[in-house]
Ligand binder design. Structure first.
Ligand SMILES: Cc1cc2nc3c(=O)[nH]c(=O)nc-3n(C[C@H](O)[C@H](O)[C@H](O)COP(=O)(O)OP(=O)(O)OC[C@H]3O[C@@H](n4cnc5c(N)ncnc54)[C@H](O)[C@@H]3O)c2cc1C
Ligand code: SF4
Ligand code: SF4
Length: 1001
C-alpha cells in the first residue's frame, strides 16, 4: 500500500489540477478538520474548499475513481461526529456562501450560507426560515438540510424537511442534478437525464416494495430524524402517477446520499406579536405533565429546564434569580405568537391561570410581550452553557445520548425512567427538554479519559435506548446519528433498517459518501475514534506503557514549554475546548474573534488554535510541527485580543495557548525582522525622539515611508503619531516625579509604556493633573521599560521575560511603598495583570498583578467610593466611544465611558463595531495593514456619522486606527477629564474639528 504521506501529496497535486477552490492535504491543516462538537476525532486525508458546483462534481468524480470517501462539512458543529471521516472533507463554509435569489416566499442558497445570516437577510422583507437550530449564528444551511435540523420552535415550524422545495445535488459519481418532487408517470421524470431517471425508478421501487414496513416503523407524526426519512417520500396515485420526493429523502441523510450544492427553501412570514411565559414548578414531574395542557394553546415553543440546568444558568445570568425562585425544581417556558400583542397576552394569562390556579401544576408564572425580556426568557437554554462547559474536574458533559425524543404524552413517564437509569449507573447529568415535542437534551457528566468511564458511557447508552424504544421514542430528533448513534439504528428500526441500505446503494453504490454513517455495520462505532482527551502521565512515564494502562493516548511529554507552566496545564486548557464552534460566529451582536469575522475559514477560528495544541500534545501531530510554517500560518491568525477567552462558553484561554505556540516557533526559528521591529518600538522611538523634528518630517515623507515599509515592515499607508523630543520621563524627572511619594494618602506609580512616554506625553500630563487635582501623589518610576505587549503577541518570549522581570521588580517595590500602579494603556495593564503571570508565579508578580489598574478603572473606582470630584465644566460635544478589546479583557466594565458620562453637556455614543483591528502593533505591519483596516472598517465608518464630532477610547493603537480613516480626532477619556476639570484648557484645541470651536463653560 502507498504510504499515507505520499498518497496525500499525490491527491493534493491531482485535485489542485481539477478544482478552483483550495486543496490542502498537509498534516497540520487537515488536523483542524479532524474534530467537531462531538467526542470523536478522525483525521481526514485532505480538505477541499470548493468554489462552485463544478468543483464539487470534479472532486466527487476523482474520489469515485480513486475510491476515496468524501465527507461534506459546514461549520463542523455536529454533536455526533457526522462530518468526520478519513477521506476528503468538502468544506462549504468558506466560499459557497451566497444567497442566490430571493422570491416572495422562497429563497435559493448555497450550502455554506450561515443560518443567522439568511434570517437577517429575510427579516428585511418580513420573512424567515423557520427551523431554528440553537447554533444559528454558525451553522450552515447545507448542514441544516443534511441533518434535517430543527430547534426549539419545531412545534410551529417543523424541521428543514418541511421547507425544502428542491435541491441541486451532486451524486457520488459526480452527476449534478436538481431534485424535488419527481413525477412518477412513465417518461415524466428526467427523460434526458438517465442517471436521475434510473435513481427515481430504483428508489420508487424500493419504497413501493416496503411501503407497509415504512408506514409501521416510521410514523409521520412527531419529531424523528434518525436514519433515512422514508415516510411521505413516495406518494403514488391510483392512475400510475404521483411523485417521489427525492429532495425530502436527501434531507436528513447526513451527506451519505448526495452532496447539496444549492437549495430552494420556502420562507414564512414573521409573527406580528409574540410573548413568553415562564411557569415555575415544584417538581420535574408536574412540569412534564403540564405540557399536555400547554399544547392546545398552539405554542411556538414549549421547553423544560430541570433544577440543575437552572442552577447552571443562574451562574451566568443573575437576572434569573429575580425570575425564578430558588425553590423551583423545574420551569416550563412557553412562547406564543399571534397577530397582536393583546391577543397573545390574553392567551398567556389564560394558560397561566389554568396551570397555576386550576390544575396546580405550576406554583408561579411570569409573562411578557416585551421583546428584550422575552429574549431573556427564551435564552434559558443557552444560559446554562458556560456553567456546563466550565465544570471543574475531569468529568465533562458528554454529547452522546443528547438527542432522544419520545411522544410528548410519554415524557413524564420517560423522565422517571431516565432518572432511574442515571441512578443505576451512578451518573449525573444536565437536562433540558423541548418538552412540547418530547425532546430530551440530556448530557451525562463523564470523564472520558478513563476507559472505565468509556465503558460506562456505552452501558448507559444501551440502557437508556432500551427504555426509549419501549416508550416508542427515537434516538435522534435533530442532531443526527453520525458516529454516536448509527450503531443503534438497527435496533430502533428492526426489519426497516436493511431498507436504508437499499436506498444507500441506489444513490451511492460504491459507498463513497460519508461511509459508515446511517448505514453501517460496526457495533462498536460509539466508542471508536474517541477524541484523545489525554491521560496525564508523570513527566518520566513511558508513553506506550501509560497508553496501554489507561487505554487512552497519553499526554506527550513536553519538557520545553516556553512559559512557566506544566504540560498538564496546557493540556487541560486545550481539552477544555469542546469544539462547539461558537467562536466561528460573525454575528454583529457578539464580539467574538475579529480575525474569523473577516476571514471566515476554520484556520482563523479560535477553535483551530486549541485543536492544534491538543493535536501536538496528544501525539496526533509531530512535535516538530509546532515549529513549522504551517503551524505559524495558523498561529499568526491570532493577534492576542482576548475576545475569544471572554466570549467562549468554556472560557478556553486561546491567547495563552497561542502565546506558547508562537513562543515555540520563535525559539526554534528566531524572530522575523518585522517582528523584531514591533517588539523594539520603544528603542526606535527613543532614537527618533532625540532627532524628533527630523524624524517627524521623515515620517511624513512618502519616499521615506516606502523605505520604512521595505526595510522595517511598517505599512506605508498607516498614519503614525508624531514623536516628541521631550519624553514624559524627562518631564517627570524635571518635576521631581521620579521619586517615590513620601506623602500619606493615596499614591500612584505611573506606568507609561511606549505611547504616553514618546508619542503623547500630554496624556501622561493629563493623568498627573487629574490625580493631583484629587490629592493623589504621583510617582513615575524612572527605570521602567515598555510592558512588552507586542512581544507577547508575536511570541518573542525571551524579551517578554526580561522586560517582565525588570518591570516587576521595580513596580513590586513601588507597591510595597504603598503605590498603586496605574497606566493609560489598557494593553499594558493587561500585560502586567495577566500576561506577566505566564512567566513568573512569584510573590512580586502577584503583587504587581493585584495592584495594577488602567487609569480609567482607577478613577472610576474613586467615583464609586465617593472620592471623585464632580466640579466639571460643561463640554458641549458628541463623542463616539470605542471600548478596546484589551480593556474588556481586564473585565472592569467600561470605566472610561462611565467617567465621560459624568461630564455635563457631553454626549457619548457607544460604537459597538467590535475590534478596531490594530491589536497593538499588529496593524502597523505591512503584511497586516489591509486585514487590520478590514477588521476596523465598521468602527471607522461609524465615526464618519455627522452626529459624532470626535472619537474617544483608552487605547493608543485603537486611536491610531480611528484617526486613520477619518478627519476627526480621537481623544483619551483622561484628557477629556483634565479638560472638564479646567486643568488643561489646551486640550480643547484637539477637539476643535473642521474649524468648529469647542464650547467648554
Ligand atoms: C451547542 C449546540 C447546540 C445545538 N443545537 C442544535 C439545535 O437546536 N438544533 C439542531 O438541529 N442541531 C443542533 N446542534 C447540532 C448541530 O450544530 C447542527 O446539527 C448543525 O446544523 C450542524 O451544522 P454544521 O454546519 O456545523 O454541520 P457539520 O457538523 O459540518 O455537518 C453536519 C452534517 O451535515 C452534512 N453536510 C454539511 N454540508 C453538506 C452539504 N452541502 N451536502 C450534504 N451534506 C452536508 C455533513 O456531512 C454532516 O453529516 C447543536 C450543536 C451544538 C454544539
Ligand atoms: S474555543 Fe470555545 S467557543 Fe470555540 S469551539 Fe472551543 S469551546 Fe467552543
Ligand atoms: S485572541 Fe483574539 S485573535 Fe486570537 S483567536 Fe482569540 S479572538 Fe481571535
Amino acid at each position: 500500500m502507498e504510504p499515507f504521506d505520499q498518497q496525500r501529496g499525490r491527491v493534493q497535486e491531482d485535485l489542485r489540477g481539477l478544482v478552483a477552490g483550495d486543496v490542502r492535504c498537509d498534516e497540520v491543516f487537515v488536523h483542524l478538520f479532524a474534530s467537531d462538537a462531538s467526542i470523536y476525532e478522525v483525521r481526514p486525508l485532505g480538505v477541499v474548499r470548493p468554489r462552485s458546483t463544478g468543483d464539487v462534481a470534479a472532486c466527487l468524480r476523482y474520489a469515485a475513481e480513486k475510491q476515496i470517501p468524501v465527507h461534506a462539512r459546514g461549520a463542523g458543529t455536529g454533536m455526533a461526529g457526522e462530518s468526520l471521516g478519513p477521506g476528503l472533507v468538502l468544506d462549504f463554509s468558506k466560499y459557497m456562501r451566497r444567497i442566490l435569489s430571493t422570491g416572495p416566499d422562497t429563497v435559493r442558497v448555497q450550502p455554506g450560507v450561515v443560518h443567522e445570516r439568511l434570517n437577517s437577510h429575510l427579516r428585511k422583507s418580513g420573512r424567515l426560515f423557520g427551523p431554528n437550530p440553537a447554533t444559528s449564528s454558525v451553522t450552515t444551511l447545507g448542514s441544516t438540510i443534511a441533518t434535517d435540523g430543527a430547534g426549539s420552535r419545531w412545534l410551529k415550524y417543523g424541521s428543514a424537511r418541511d421547507h425544502v422545495q428542491s435541491l441541486q445535488v451532486v451524486l457520488a459519481g459526480g452527476d449534478v442534478m436538481e431534485i424535488g418532487r419527481e413525477p412518477l408517470a412513465p417518461g415524466a421524470s428526467a427523460a434526458d437525464q438517465p442517471r436521475k431517471r434510473a435513481l427515481v425508478e430504483r428508489v420508487s421501487a424500493v419504497l413501493a416494495r416496503h411501503a407497509d414496513l415504512v408506514r409501521r416503523k416510521q410514523p409521520t407524526r412527531g419529531i424523528n430524524r434518525a436514519g433515512y426519512n422514508l415516510a411521505g417520500v413516495l406518494e403514488p396515485d391510483a392512475g400510475g402517477g404521483g411523485y417521489l420526493d427525492l429532495a425530502r429523502l436527501v434531507v436528513g441523510s447526513e451527506g451519505t446520499l448526495a452532496v447539496v450544492t444549492e437549495a430552494l427553501l420556502a420562507t414564512q412570514p414573521l409573527a406580528k406579536a409574540r410573548g413568553a411565559l415562564l411557569l415555575v414548578c415544584d417538581s420535574l414531574e408536574s412540569a412534564a405533565r403540564a405540557v399536555a395542557d400547554v399544547l392546545p394553546y398552539g405554542p411556538v415553543l414549549c421547553d423544560l429546564a430541570d433544577r440543575r440546568h437552572l442552577s447552571l444558568a443562574r451562574e451566568n445570568e443573575v437576572r434569573l434569580d429575580v425570575l425564578v425562585p430558588r425553590e423551583a425544581e423545574a420551569v416550563l417556558l412557553v412562547e406564543l405568537d399571534g397577530d397582536d400583542a393583546a391577543q397573545v397576552e390574553d392567551r398567556m394569562e389564560r394558560l397561566a391561570d389554568e396551570l397555576c390556579a386550576k390544575k396546580r401544576l405550576a406554583i408561579g408564572s411570569r409573562a411578557t410581550t416585551d421583546e428584550d425580556e422575552a429574549e431573556l426568557f427564551l435564552s434559558l437554554a443557552a444560559m446554562a452553557q458556560p456553567g456546563l462547559y466550565r465544570m471543574k474536574g475531569r468529568s465533562r458533559p458528554v454529547p452522546v445520548v443528547e438527542d432522544m425524543a419520545v411522544p410528548p404524552e410519554c415524557l413524564p413517564g420517560f423522565l422517571v425512567r431516565v432518572q432511574n437509569v442515571l441512578k443505576t449507573h451512578q451518573v449525573t447529568g444536565s437536562l433540558f427538554c423541548h418538552a412540547g415535542q418530547g425532546q430530551l437534551h440530556l448530557q451525562p457528566f463523564l470523564d472520558l479519559t478513563s476507559p472505565d468511564e468509556v465503558a460506562r458511557m456505552r452501558r448507559l447508552a444501551d440502557d437508556l435506548y432500551e427504555q426509549l424504544f419501549e416508550a416508542g421514542g427515537t434516538i435522534s430528533s435533530e442532531h443526527g446519528c453520525g458516529l454516536s448513534r448509527t450503531s443503534y439504528l438497527a435496533r430502533q428500526y428492526g426489519d426497516l433498517y436493511p431498507v436504508f441500505r437499499e436506498i444507500k446503494d441506489a444513490f451511492d453504490p460504491q459507498g463513497i459518501l460519508n461511509p459508515g454513517k446511517v448505514v453501517g455495520n460496526d457495533p462498536d462505532l460509539l466508542v471508536r475514534n474517541l477524541r484523545p482527551l489525554m491521560a496525564f502521565p508523570s513527566p518520566t512515564a513511558d508513553r506506550a506503557v501509560e497508553e496501554e494502562a489507561t487505554g487512552a493516548p497519553a499526554l506527550r511529554n513536553l519538557t520545553e514549554l516556553q512559559m512557566d507552566w506544566e504540560p498538564a496545564q496546557v493540556a487541560d486548557l486545550a481539552r477544555q475546548c469542546n469544539g462547539c464552534g461558537k467562536c466561528r460566529t460573525q454575528s454583529p451582536s457578539q464580539r467574538m474573534c475579529p480575525i474569523f469575522r473577516i476571514l471566515p475559514a476554520e484556520e482563523a477560528s479560535p477553535r483551530a488554535k486549541a485543536n492544534l495544541i491538543r493535536g501536538v500534545l496528544a501525539g496526533r501531530l509531530e512535535l516538530t510541527s509546532m515549529t513549522g510554517d504551517q503551524f505559524k500560518e495558523v498561529a499568526d491568525l491570532c493577534y492576542n485580543c482576548h475576545a475569544c477567552r471572554l466570549e467562549c462558553p468554556a472560557a478556553v484561554d486561546i491567547p495563552r495557548l497561542m502565546t506558547e505556540g508562537k513562543g515555540a516557533h520563535v525559539a526554534a526559528n528566531g524572530l522575523a525582522f518585522s517582528d523584531w521591529v514591533v517588539t523594539h518600538l520603544d528603542l526606535l522611538a527613543a532614537l527618533g525622539s532625540i532627532v524628533s523634528p527630523v524624524a517627524n518630517r521623515l515620517l511624513g515623507n512618502r519616499q521615506f515611508r516606502w523605505v520604512l515599509e521595505r526595510f522595517l515592515g511598517i505599512a506605508q499607508g498607516r498614519k503614525l503619531p508624531r514623536l516628541h523630543s521631550r519624553t514624559f520621563l524627562r518631564r517627570a524627572a524635571r518635576r521631581r516625579l521620579t521619586r517615590p511619594c513620601r506623602s500619606e494618602g493615596p499614591k500612584v506609580a505611573l506606568f507609561l509604556d511606549t505611547y504616553a512616554n514618546y508619542f503623547d506625553p500630554q496624556l501622561a500630563e493629563a493623568l498627573v493633573a487629574v490625580l493631583e487635582h484629587h490629592g493623589v501623589g504621583v510617582f513615575v518610576p524612572p527605570d521602567q521599560r515598555q510592558a512588552g505587549t507586542p512581544a507577547v503577541s508575536v511570541g518573542a518570549l525571551e524579551r517578554v521575560r526580561r522586560l517582565a522581570a525588570h518591570n516587576i521588580s521595580i513596580l513590586a517595590d513601588a507597591v510595597r511603598q504603598g503605590h498603586h500602579v496605574v497606566t493609560t494603556e489598557p494593553a499594558a495593564a493587561l500585560t502586567l495583570v495577566r500576561e506577566y503571570g505566564y512567566f513568573f508565579d512569584d510573590e512580586d508578580a502577584r503583587l504587581v498583578a493585584a495592584n495594577t489598574s488602567d487609569a480609567t478603572a482607577y478613577l472610576w473606582r474613586m467615583h464609586t467610593s465617593g472620592k471623585l470630584r464632580l466640579d466639571f465644566r460643561r463640554i458641549e460635544t458628541t463623542l463616539g466611544y470605542h471600548q478596546p478589546c484589551r480593556l474588556r479583557a481586564l473585565e472592569v466594565g467600561a470605566p472610561g465611558e462611565n467617567l465621560l458620562r459624568l461630564i455635563p453637556g457631553l454626549k457619548v455614543r457607544r460604537i459597538e463595531e467590535g475590534c478596531s483591528g490594530m491589536a497593538g502593533a499588529f496593524g502597523l505591519k505591512r503584511e497586516n495593514y489591509r486585514t487590520s483596516l478590514r477588521v476596523g472598517w465598521g468602527l471607522i465608518t461609524r465615526l464618519r456619522d455627522p452626529e459624532i464630532q470626535a472619537g474617544t477610547t483608552e487605547c493608543s493603537t485603537c486611536k491610531i486606527q480611528m484617526e486613520q480613516g477619518s478627519t476627526k480626532p480621537t481623544v483619551h477619556p483622561v484628557k477629556l477629564l483634565a479638560l472638564a476639570y479646567g486643568l488643561m484648557p489646551e486640550i480643547a484645541d484637539l477637539l476643535a474639528t473642521s474649524g468648529e470651536e469647542l464650547t467648554v463653560t
